[in-house]
Write a protein that binds this ligand. Structure first.
Ligand SMILES: C[S@@+](CC[C@H](N)C(=O)[O-])C[C@H]1O[C@@H](n2cnc3c(N)ncnc32)[C@H](O)[C@@H]1O
Length: 204
């Protein structure tokens, strides 16, 4: 039987811990945080992993943070490195929150592991969970990473077959529009030698 993604991430946790801080995300993290113009607020981080760097940064700036991850071992790291974060051990597709609960949602290096057919429903949830004017930031895979305009399948990462899924940036824009999320930035960035699309959008 193929190993489940969550089991693979459980196995990755030691490597994640050894490589903490290797990727510098401050060029994305700091402008996103500054653009929220809020000294305090509520952040939802989906696929929070070890709780760094996004949840930890928001916590350090006085925000309340809820992190969701389906890997128990990654959440063990989060308890160590982002101890103030409230965590839910769950699939991001299975969680629900009251409407307008969050000022910001982040989904960093995790949405591309979710089948793209499920993205429109997740974007509708982002819209519902964000307060009006709230913002979302996520990393999206593109052909620069997978080699195909649209992709659904496995790619090797740290020696293991990981599931990735994405459509084209143009179709992604259509999905965000349909969910009532106004795309603010679509930036292809190379961080640590890996190129992904960094997308931010706000709830109208
Ligand atoms: C590449 S890591 C990124 C972790 C963290 N966001 C960061 O920036 O370092 C992806 C994380 O997403 C989690 N993940 C992937 N798919 C998920 C899903 N459907 N629901 C919850 N967590 C998921 C994995 O367990 C893993 O911790």
């Amino acid at each position: 039987m193929k190993p489940a993604l969550r089991d693979i991430y459980d196995g990755f946790s030691a490597t994640y811990e050894a490589n903490r801080g290797l990727f510098d995300m401050t060029p994305v993290l700091e402008p996103f945080f500054a653009g929220l113009h809020q000294p305090h607020g509520r952040l939802l981080d989906l696929g929070c992993g070890a709780g760094e760097p996004f949840p930890r940064y928001f916590l350090d700036h006085g925000w309340d943070v809820v992190g969701v991850d389906f890997s128990e071992n990654m959440l063990r790291l989060a308890a160590r490195y982002a101890p103030g974060m409230r965590t839910l051990h769950a699939d991001m597709l299975d969680v629900d929150f009251e409407p307008a609960r969050f000022d910001a949602i982040t989904c960093i290096y995790s949405l591309f592991h979710v089948p793209r057919a499920r993205h429109p429903a997740l974007f509708a949830n982002f819209h519902r969970w964000l307060r009006p004017g709230g913002q979302v930031l996520f990393t999206y895979a593109t052909k620069e990473y997978t080699g195909a305009d649209e992709f659904e399948g496995e790619k090797e990462f740290m020696g293991r077959p990981l599931f990735y899924s994405h459509t084209t940036p143009a179709r992604l824009r259509g999905q965000l529009d349909a969910a009532g999320l106004d795309a603010a930035a679509f930036d292809l960035r190379d961080i640590g030698g890996e190129t992904f699309l960094w997308v931010s959008a706000s709830r109208s």
